[in-house]
Design a protein around this ligand. Structure first.
Ligand SMILES: Cc1cc2nc3c(=O)[nH]c(=O)nc-3n(C[C@H](O)[C@H](O)[C@H](O)COP(=O)(O)O)c2cc1C
Length: 360
């Protein structure tokens, strides 16, 4: 019960009853044709309302930002109405929820985009990996390099989605600048070969963040980065100076939080924590889901103010209660991660509940 994760958090712009956040996780259960959230999703997030903060699965802020079947969107009134159901359910259960805005850029395919080509900083395809579409796996295509007007449209789409998110009842938004998606592509050496002002790598991330903050207020705006991550063909040679510049540019805005995913060899948390005066949310991304003990260490040691759990929260709707009780955790079942219905989604038991017979 004396876990530092269970202490309330009062940051400049963020007040949370505990430091156990739920990391954003795509679950691919929205209506595929429209991207509108389905009622099941309200039940799923409400089950996890004991989190200090829930960050939603990635949501496309622009029609060209969709990266998989069943990924939800937030570009119009119909989406907002679907999300309102989700945010009401979370708030009724006592929780708080940010929307993760997730434009995937080149991590898409014409089959996911009504035949249109994906867009990216430069016309460089991902090689050696394939993408999952409703029709099966496909090779990545060479994306269309974004024009100046494409870039300004992408920036504006984040601001518009942020406005819709607030109207839909979200407590704020987290911009995905992590894991090889559009903003992260601009931050990288391998996907950004531009020779214009965006060649500096950080400009696009800053423009998106400033546009969102101008639209809904910096105190409701957050950014997620994964410095040094090598997924999806991303190379960031020498990430430290690049992220120092990014933090300098974002530091004065008064954001709700910076979310740092640490994976690979760059010790991003130790390096970036002293350079970030605001609230810092951390996630370690290793092969195995992180243990509460490791997250506690990060908070106790001052590397993070709040810790965001992915798979442990997916599999344990009552994760803060289990940490308080020092109880064992349910193991996540990968077969139910993406797509499908309630199975592998709503059926993880709380402490003391019987394990459903379908679990296995
Ligand atoms: C099923 C699944 C879906 C994910 N979807 C997203 C996503 O939409 N956006 C994102 O930023 N990270 C996503 N992630 C990464 C997680 O947020 C987290 O960084 C990662 O799983 C490591 O944390 P963990 O070990 O606690 O699971 C996803 C992870 C999983 C397992």
């Amino acid at each position: 019960m004396d876990s530092p994760l269970l202490q309330p958090y009062r940051g400049p712009a963020l007040h949370l009853p505990n430091r156990v956040a739920m990391a954003p996780m795509t679950r691919s259960r929205a209506d595929d044709a429209t991207g509108v959230p389905v009622p099941l999703m309200g039940d799923y997030y409400a089950q996890r309302a004991a989190a200090g903060l829930i960050v939603s699965e990635g949501i496309w802020p622009h029609r060209l930002g969709k990266g998989g079947p069943g990924v939800p969107g937030l570009t119009g009134a119909e989406h907002a109405a679907g999300w309102r159901h989700v945010t009401r359910a979370v708030h009724a259960a006592g929780g708080r929820i940010f929307a993760q805005l997730w434009h995937v850029g080149r991590v898409s395919h014409p089959d996911l985009l009504d035949g249109e080509l994906p867009v990216a900083p430069s016309a460089v395809a991902i090689t050696g990996e394939r993408i999952y579409t409703a029709g099966g796996e496909r090779d990545y295509v060479v994306p269309r390099a974004m024009s100046a007007s494409d870039i300004s449209e992408a920036v504006t789409s984040h601001a518009r989605a942020a406005r819709l998110a607030v109207e839909a009842g979200f407590d704020g938004v987290e911009i995905s600048a992590s894991y090889g998606y559009l903003v992260s592509q601009f931050l990288s050496d391998s996907a950004n070969l531009r020779t214009d002002a965006y060649a500096d790598r950080v400009r696009f991330a800053v423009e998106v963040t400033e546009a969102v903050a101008a639209e809904i207020g910096a105190g409701r705006t957050a950014v997620r980065v994964s410095p040094g991550n090598r997924l999806l063909g991303i190379v960031e040679s020498d990430p430290a100076p690049r992220y120092h510049r990014l933090l300098e540019a974002l530091g004065g805005l008064g954001l709700a939080y910076l979310h740092v995913v640490q994976s690979g060899t760059y010790a991003a948390l130790a390096d970036l924590r002293p350079r970030w005066q605001g609230t810092l949310v951390a996630t370690y991304d290793d092969q195995q889901p992180v243990t509460p003990e490791r997250a506690e260490e990060a908070v106790r040691g001052g590397l993070a103010d709040v810790y965001a759990f992915g798979r442990a929260f997916l599999a344990n709707p009552d994760l803060p209660g289990r940490i308080a009780a020092g109880a064992a955790l349910n193991a996540p079942r990968e077969s139910g991660f993406y797509g499908g219905g309630a199975e592998g989604y709503l059926d993880y038991p709380r402490l003391g509940e019987a394990v459903p017979v379908t679990a296995g």
